[in-house]
Design a protein around this ligand. Structure first.
Ligand code: C5P
Length: 316
């Protein structure tokens, strides 16, 4: 195989609870992650030049070693040096559609696609759990992005338990193009304000993380009850991001009054999504928000929940 093209979907957090600190400096989380149809395309080609080259259609995305997709390729070359020598370098191109720095795992899903693409290109035959293990070295959301769909994520976010898929539920996604929230800032600020309520002992942390499996959100998902899911949407990081970013708070309030079933910030923000009853309702919600907030910096998408992560569209 010389090349492959992959679709790399974004994710939203239907549920994000911060339950404690970890010895590695991260947080213990209990999350429910969900893939959405909004996606980037990643093309990977074997190249005669003995190096990794990255291109991206988005001018603000770095194409050097700081890009998580580049790091994913570098990780593969370090893990499988013989395959790298045998197959030569890599030309990677990212066609970005997912808003950047949005809490939608855009960088993580690109890295996940690169891991999967190189696995195919070099014929490594890695299992999903081997790919997830490599993904966890790159970022907490990368393992989820590989298989995607709907899943409970605990630990740093890398311990996954798949849930039955939620297809054909439409959402409106809203993000101010020029507004970015730093994920480390959001978690650090949360720790400063709320660490007194963190669960301290390991056993209670494990019990709390396990409780999400039998919680109301999971029940809603198992029953495919969109109204219940909408009621159970939760994100602890809203407590620090919304007070700091009045525009995001206003957007959140506008979506909450738009007739949608429920609304929530995704990840560390600043994107906000609204869960809708139908595609038609999603279009109406989008129009309502567009009429209420006329700022052209606001990007709005109608998209839907999907049952998969990285998807190979072609290979030659
Ligand atoms: O793992 P990732 O690089 O995506 O995480 C970005 C940042 O988010 C981390 O540097 C950390 O500050 C914060 N984080 C955290 N606990 C987690 C996941 C992320 O504190 N479980």
């Amino acid at each position: 195989m010389h090349s492959c093209s992959l679709i790399a979907p974004a994710k939203i957090n239907l549920y994000l609870e911060i339950i404690g600190d970890r010895p590695d400096g991260y947080h213990e989380l209990a999350m429910i992650l969900q893939s959405i149809a909004l996606a980037d395309q990643i093309d990977i080609q074997a190249s005669s030049i003995d190096s990794i080259r990255l291109r991206c259609n988005h001018p603000q995305i770095p194409t050097d070693k700081s890009n998580l997709a580049y790091k994913a390729a570098a990780l593969m070359t370090a893990q499988f040096p013989e395959a790298f020598i045998k197959h030569g370098g890599l030309n990677i191109s990212i066609n970005k559609q997912i808003p950047i720095s949005a809490g939608l795992a855009g960088g993580s899903t690109n890295a996940a696609a690169v891991l999967l693409g190189i696995d195919l290109l070099w014929n490594l035959g890695l299992t999903q759990s081997e790919l997830e293990e490599l993904g966890a070295k790159l970022g907490s959301d990368v393992p989820f992005c590989i298989a995607g769909g709907t899943a409970i994520a605990t630990g740093r976010g890398e311990q996954l338990a798949p849930l039955p898929s939620l297809d054909n539920i439409y959402i409106v996604l809203a993000k101010y193009r020029s507004l970015e929230v730093s994920t480390p800032w959001a978690y650090k600020t949360y720790r400063q304000e709320f660490s007194s309520s963190y669960i301290q002992d390991r056993e209670s942390l494990a019990t709390r993380a396990a409780a999400v499996h039998s919680g109301d959100m999971v029940k809603g998902i198992l029953h495919k009850d969109t109204k219940e899911i909408a009621q159970q949407l939760h994100n602890d990081l809203e407590k620090v991001v919304l007070p700091e970013y009045p525009l995001v708070l206003q957007l959140r309030e506008t979506l909450a009054k738009s007739g949608a079933l429920g609304t929530m910030m995704s990840g560390s923000g600043p994107s906000i999504f609204a869960l809708c009853e139908s595609q038609q309702q999603a279009e109406e919600v989008k129009s309502h928000v567009r009429e209420t907030i006329t700022d052209q910096d606001l990007e709005l998408f109608v998209t839907k929940l999907i049952n998969h992560g990285i998807h190979v569209v072609s290979s030659t």
